[in-house]
Ligand binder design. Sequence first.
Ligand code: SF4
Length: 275
Amino acid sequence: MTDGKDILTFPRQAEFAKAKACLDRLSLAYTVLSPFPFYGRVGVDSLVMDQETRVKLFQEAGAQVVSSGWVDYQPAKITVPDTMPPAFEEDILGTCSIMVMAPCVPDVTTIRLIAHIAANLSDVFPYLNTEMVQAMYCREVETFTYMDAYRLISVYDRRITIAKADELVDAWHTRENIRCRVNEIWGRRHSIEPSWEMRKKPPAFEIYKRLPGTNCRACGEKTCLAFSVRLWSGEIKPSLCTPIFTGEYRHLKAPFLEICSSLGFSEVNRPDEDE
Ligand code: SF4
C-alpha cells in the first residue's frame, strides 16, 4: 500500500540534510526512514513524503538538492536492527553511495539500485568465484553476478547493481549482506585458491524438464515452459511453482532445487514463506 507517498534517497548524508532543511523551511510534512545503526555503512537517511511535497521540494530547492531518485513508498517488511553492523579488519568495499534508485522493469512493485563504491573490487572476484560456486564470473568485463533469493546482484569493479529489491530497507539489507560477504571472503583470501573459471547457466529446457509439466498456471505463467524461461532469466523466483513446494509434486522438489542452485539462487524460499 503506497498511500500516494514517495520515498527519496540520496547519494550522501549531506544531500539528505539539505533536502530536510528545505522541507523544514517550507513547513512541509515528511518522515525520515533511517538506516542507522545497522545499515549505516550502506545507506543514508531517506525521506518519505506525499507526491505534492516532493514536487514542491524540487521546485524550491532546484539543483541544490541531489537525489538518487524516488519510488512509490512501501512499508518495509523488515526492521533496521538496533545494533552496530559487523566490523572487519579491512573493509574492502569502502564507502558505497546509491546513485540511482528507480522502479524495476518490468516489475514496478520492486526497486532497482545502482551504487558506486570507492574501492576497485576486481582483485576480490577470483576469491568470490571460488567461494560462491553458484555465481557467474566474467573475467573479460569484470562482473560477478548472483541471485540473493529473488534479487539479482551484479558486482562490477566499482559499482554494484541490485534488481528486484522489495523496497529501500530490503535494499540496505541486501547491500549489507554483500558488504559482509565480500569482506569476510577477502579476509580469508590467503587460505583460498583463487579461480578465474567462467561457469555457464544450464539451459532453460533443463529447468522445464524438472517441472510438473501440467501448465496449471499457479505460478502466474501460462505454461511451465514460460515459467522455466522467466526463471532462467532471473525475472521470477522458484517458489512460485507451488505444486513443487506445497502440492502434489513435492517429489520433484529436490531435483528442482538442485538446478535452481546452479542458476545462482542462494535461497529458494523467501524468509516469510513456508518450506
Ligand atoms: S505452477 Fe509449476 S506446474 Fe504450474 S504452470 Fe507454473 S511451473 Fe508449471
